[in-house]
Each structure stands twice: as structure tokens, then as C-alpha cells.
Design a protein around this ligand. Structure first.
Ligand SMILES: [Zn+2]
Length: 281
């Protein structure tokens, strides 16, 4: 597992955390891309799974701690953890403690969406009771996303676990919104209809936390859309819109599921979009 990456974006201090390895079926991750093509980018295990991670972004802004996404749910038990190749504990908790941050010091959480692999550390078990992991935090999410998470159907049921919503006082936003100075959320529908990306900007430096619109660097090409996406054609539209915005605006991208280096920038070449890693000073 990679170590925490610390860097400054203007006045904002950022820590790219890592909630450990997360193994998903390679075919599902690459959608319509044939295996001979994607297998050149990553090596599947004997179950055809590929190694991903989950990377919450911790931000220090104006003396406050903000967290973008919380981590992967481990609560469903050993069989669940084995299915996705998860460790027993959330590494994010250890990383926060390493940084000297206690969970109650997190004052704001921005959820890109509420799937178990992004909002799974909203709650934890303590003495047989489900409790909030970050008891003082505001939890901001798109209203549409909260609706989807609470109106399940056969195709979405496996991705949303009720225990990650229980007791959380969600604050909903509709559409684009500035959450704190220089920290904006923007709808990027497709994976779910209510998913949002998070843009951070300070002193001319810009970063977009792309959520599952672009989960890893290798999935940047436009047609590399996950089979998990509920509305893949909407993902394609969201990608076209946001890619041109992020390219023209000179944004760095933060990748939620990248198991290698989680920061990159877009390049538009003869074969379309791709991304290459960028390294902070
Ligand atoms: Zn995900």
C-alpha cells in the first residue's frame, strides 16, 4: 500500500490517503474494452480481478479538516472482505491517527456518491452498536444521490449498504455549489445520476477529484467506462464536458481508485484523451 502523499495546492494543504487494496473483476472495470487490450495495462489475478485502491483526500483549509470520501466498508464481514480482497481494518483510521488527527476533528465530509467503497467509513461498530466514525462532521452529498441510495433497485442494491447511511445527518445540495471558499462540487452523472466531482482551487492551482467518472489513470480514454455505471452514455457525456473543462483549466486530476500514483493530468493527443502522472514539488 502506498504511503500518504502530502502536497500544497496554493493555500490548501492536501493529504492523499489510501484505504488499502480493493480487487474488482477486470472485465467489469474496463466495460467494453476487450481483455487483450486491458491486460496490457494491468495484471489480473487468478480470479480475473485487478488491483485498485480507494483514496480519500484529506484537506486542511482555513484551520479546518475536510475529507473527500471516507473509505471502503469492511463491516459486512469476512466473506465480503474476501470477495473484494480487503484488509480487516480501514487503513484510513491509522493514517489519520499517524497525522495526529482524531476522527471528531473532521468537520466536513464531501461525498462524491454513497457506494459502499466510497462512503463505507461513515459508520463503524463500537461495542456492538453502529456509530458515526466522524461524529462532528457535516456530510454533504447531492440530493439526487441520497434519493438513489434510499430507493434501491435490482441493479443498484449491491452497491449501497444501509449501514453506511444510518444515523448520518446528510446535508444535500442540488447541482453546482461552493462548499467552502475554493472548494466546489459539480454533478458528473453516469456512474450514478447523483454523483459529483469536487474541484479545489487556490492561488491559481487547481485539482479535480474525479470520483468514479475516472476512477484510475488507465481508465482515462473516453470509451473506458466501467460496466458498473448505471448510465454509461451519460458517463460519456459527463466525461466530454468535464475533460474539456479540466484540460483547458489546467486542472490536476485526483483518482479515487488508483492503486499507483493518484495524481495526473489530461492530455489530448491524436488517439484522444489519456492522462499522465504528475508529481507535486
Ligand atoms: Zn467506486
Amino acid at each position: 500500500m502506498r504511503p500518504i502523499i502530502y502536497f500544497k495546492l496554493g493555500k490548501l494543504e492536501l493529504y492523499f490517503l489510501c484505504d488499502g487494496d480493493f480487487w474488482l473483476d477486470g472485465g467489469s472495470v474496463f466495460g467494453v474494452v476487450p481483455k487483450p487490450v486491458w491486460a496490457k495495462l494491468t495484471v489480473p489475478d487468478e480470479q480475473n480481478r485487478i488491483r485498485l485502491s480507494q483514496n480519500p483526500l484529506l484537506v486542511r483549509s482555513g484551520g479546518k479538516w475536510l475529507l473527500i470520501e471516507t473509505g471502503i466498508d469492511r463491516k459486512p464481514g469476512e466473506r465480503f472482505r474476501k470477495l473484494y480482497g480487503l484488509s480487516e481494518q480501514n487503513p484510513v483510521l491509522g493514517q489519520l491517527s499517524l497525522l495526529g488527527i482524531r476522527p471528531w476533528e473532521i468537520s466536513l465530509i464531501i461525498h462524491t456518491h454513497l457506494h459502499f467503497d466510497h462512503a463505507g467509513l461513515n459508520t463503524r461498530w463500537a461495542d456492538g452498536k453502529l456509530v458515526r466514525t466522524f461524529p462532528q462532521a457535516r456530510h454533504v452529498v447531492q440530493q439526487q444521490e441520497l434519493w438513489e441510495a434510499t430507493h434501491l433497485h435490482e441493479r443498484s442494491r449491491a452497491s449501497y449498504l444501509e449501514q453506511n447511511l444510518e444515523g448520518i445527518p446528510f446535508e444535500t445540495v442540488e447541482g453546482e455549489a461552493e462548499i467552502l471558499p475554493g472548494i466546489r462540487v459539480l454533478p458528473v452523472p453516469g456512474h450514478t445520476l447523483g454523483m459529483q466531482a469536487v474541484e479545489l482551487e487556490s492561488q491559481g492551482h487547481k485539482l479535480a477529484y474525479a470520483a468514479d467518472l475516472v476512477p484510475t489513470l488507465m481508465q482515462t480514454p473516453l470509451p473506458y467506462i466501467m460496466a458498473f455505471d448505471l448510465y454509461p452514455m451519460t458517463t460519456l457525456e459527463s466525461r466530454k464536458k468535464m475533460y474539456s473543462r479540466w484540460l483547458e483549466g489546467g486542472y490536476w486530476l485526483g483518482f479515487t481508485h488508483e492503486s499507483g500514483h493518484p495524481l495526473g493530468k489530461l492530455i489530448l493527443g491524436e488517439k484522444g484523451y489519456r492522462a499522465e502522472p504528475v508529481y507535486p514539488d
